[in-house]
Write a protein that binds this ligand. Structure first.
Ligand SMILES: [Zn+2]
Length: 429
């Protein structure tokens, strides 16, 4: 590799940004943590603050990560979980397929036409899910639409509708946490009720009936009833999205990209964008993940890849658990492990997909601290890697798209790229 081209390693610390915590002496978990390695990199290179999508707007992991993974923000903002989950379980996908996250649930008839939900997760059914899904393959519905259900984790499945003129403008049948036991289970068009959304809602409602007929007499459910459990006799849907060939700047540049992760959503995104991915049972979605092994796996992946992303979920998990001390401890352990890898001849980016407030246990719209180590790049005056110090860094006010573009530029990957040729960048916003 010539001296003006570098390989890139981008580390995503999920939900890294935070606010001052009273239990940490009014410091953020990152400010509270001892991070000599990150601080030394910040001293030698450039740091700043990045807005995942728009200033002040909280985003989910899949939105924040997909922009860092090269998706245009406009596309990322409308990206739904259904296609990500479907990709994560290696489902065969065609342009136009409609994909839902689905639960196996317990439902009962109110009258001839309507159902109500008794248990959104059929008591979190685990045994027999594969057999139940196998009985719901290629179900023929009106308007030439076919449906099939595929197992994911426990009661969670993926529903695929395939056929002409489908629309993702339909409501969820899964009421989520807002569930009322008297709620009627019915999909409806959302927004303008055009022909495609009416047709799709009607197909989902037909499927609710057809699948209930098949599932209620399934041997798995007969056995569950015999043993005193609720039958998994219904399907609830949410997160609907239509599969498309996603515009992605990393693919446009023909970069060989690998994602190292343990979390299903991030691995699903990697597959959705046709990146290579590496996972391992030791890579968990919590603070107990094997940080050293993850980093050494990422460094090994650099041998065959131009750009490697490595994702750590522990920062976000600790913040959702409202445990700022655990978040701070995880950051310290990460920093120590980072000191064990040689970054002298690569571009290293450190970022986050969003901020997670560990006092309230939820995402917020605060900018996140970032840094870029470029062997031949500029320095700034930042001496510590945290929310306060990075606010005075050279890379302040970047968007996530600006961050990944800056990493690509540092790698020397953009020398022949003409933004006007493609619509990755909305230059007049
Ligand atoms: Zn996240």
């Amino acid at each position: 590799m010539s001296q003006d081209k570098f390989k890139g390693l981008v580390i995503i610390l999920d939900g890294l940004g935070d606010r001052p915590c009273t239990t940490l002496g009014n410091k953020t978990p990152l400010e509270h943590a001892r991070t000599p390695v990150l601080d030394a990199i910040a001293t030698q290179h450039q740091s700043g603050m990045m807005n995942p999508l728009l200033p002040g707007l909280p985003v989910d992991t899949h939105t924040g990560v997909s922009i860092i993974f090269g998706l245009p923000p406009r596309v990322a903002a409308s990206l739904k979980r259904g296609p990500i989950e479907a990709s994560g379980i290696d489902l065969d996908l065609q342009h136009g397929d409609l994909l839902f996250r689905a639960n196996l649930a317990t439902i009962e008839n109110i009258d001839r036409h309507n159902f109500r939900i008794l248990d959104r997760r059929a008591q979190r059914i685990q045994q027999g899910v594969d057999a139940l899904c196998a009985s719901l393959q290629d179900i023929r519905l009106p308007d030439n639409i076919s449906a099939s259900l595929h197992p994911a984790t426990h009661h969670r499945c993926v529903l695929r509708l395939r056929g002409p003129g489908l629309s993702d403008k339909v409501t969820d049948t899964d009421p989520g946490g807002k569930m009322l036991h008297t709620g009627v289970l019915l999909a409806q068009p959302s927004g303008d009720a055009d022909t495609a959304s009416k047709r799709t809602a009607s197909a989902i409602n037909k499927l609710t009936h057809v699948s209930n007929e098949i599932l209620k007499n399934h041997p798995v459910n007969l056995k569950r009833i015999e043993n005193g459990y609720l039958p998994a006799n219904g399907i609830l849907t949410r997160g609907v999205g239509q599969y498309q060939n996603y515009q992605n700047i990393l693919k446009h540049l023909h970069l060989n990209v690998t994602v190292v992760a343990g979390e299903a959503t991030v691995l699903g995104l990697a597959k959705l964008f046709n990146f290579s991915n590496v996972t391992n049972p030791a890579f968990t979605s919590s603070t107990d993940t094997n940080i050293k092994k993850k980093l050494s796996t990422a460094v090994s992946a650099l041998e065959t890849s131009d750009l490697v992303f490595v994702h750590f979920k522990g920062t976000d998990t600790a913040a959702h658990d409202r445990d700022p001390q655990a978040k701070s401890d995880f950051i310290e352990r990460f920093d120590k492990a980072l000191g064990g890898i040689d970054i002298s001849n690569i571009v290293l980016g450190v970022c986050a997909d969003h901020s997670t407030d560990s006092t309230r246990g939820e995402h917020n719209g605060d900018a996140v601290p970032i840094l870029i180590h470029n062997p031949t790049g500029r320095k700034d005056l930042t001496r510590k890697f945290n929310e306060t110090d990075c606010s005075a860094g050279a890379l302040v006010n970047l968007t996530a798209q600006g961050f990944i573009t800056s990493v690509l530029d540092a790698m020397g990957s953009l020398s022949n790229f003409k933004p006007a040729e493609v619509k990755f960048y909305e230059l007049n916003q």
